[in-house]
Design a protein. Structure first.
Length: 226
């Protein structure tokens, strides 16, 4: 039996944006005197509210970042996306095949979410069903964003599947009482709570949906953190 709705994260789950954004972030931080690689930035700050990441950085530097830092970061990231952004492998096939309600719930601002989905051809699948933390006023790991999305789709949280790549997003889905799938295409994060199902590709997730549509109860996959 299929779930009643699917809630997707955006960055790193539907669009392959994490390395692009974090390379820009790392380059800008290097110019401010903090030497960090894009990979290090991704591991350290993935899923965090930007303001919280910047607060940590300013504490390390012992000073405030320039007032133009965020605006420049958004502008440079948008350019990198326009030049290089692609969907995560299997994303287009997966969302095109789903015949149940689905949405995107992301900690990013709406303009970034819509740009990412537009550049990758995914936007038409989510028109009218995009939820941003900046508009809802709730950031992961708080469950508020996911609960808002479920309410907007008129679906009980317990009947929702969440697909997330970041630890805060995974924690938010658990706190919302939803079935969570941790998308981990590279190394599996050792901090993922026990009992959370892990998928390492979107085709693997699509195969699960096919099994559920055949009558198998939706829930854990064969690859569950213990």
């Amino acid at each position: 039996m299929l779930p009643a709705a699917v809630i997707f994260d955006c960055d790193g789950t539907l669009v392959d944006s994490e390395h692009l954004g974090n390379d820009v972030f790392a380059a800008m931080l290097a110019a401010q005197g903090l030497q960090i690689t894009g990979r290090d930035a991704m591991v350290r700050f993935r899923g965090m509210k930007l303001a919280e990441s910047l607060a940590q950085i300013e504490a390390e530097l012992g000073r405030e970042l320039p007032s133009t830092f965020v605006a420049e970061f958004r502008e440079r990231t948008a350019k990198a996306f326009r030049d290089e952004l692609k969907p995560v492998p299997g994303a287009m096939t997966l969302v095109a095949a789903l015949n149940i309600p689905m949405c995107v719930a992301s900690s990013g601002p709406r303009e970034k979410i819509e740009l990412s989905l537009s550049l990758t051809g995914l936007l038409p699948f989510f028109t009218g069903r995009i939820f941003s933390s900046y508009e809802v006023g709730s950031w992961k790991p708080d469950p508020g964003l996911f609960l808002h999305a479920a309410k907007a789709m008129a679906v009980e949280p317990s009947r929702c599947v969440v697909v997330e790549d970041s630890l805060p997003g995974i924690q938010a889905g658990i706190a919302a009482g939803m079935t969570v799938f941790a998308f981990q295409p590279d190394a599996i994060d050792a901090r993922i709570p026990a009992g959370v199902s892990v998928v390492q590709s979107l085709p693997q997730l699509q195969a699960l949906f096919q099994r559920w549509s055949g009558g198998e109860p939706f829930g854990k996959s064969d690859n569950t953190v213990t």
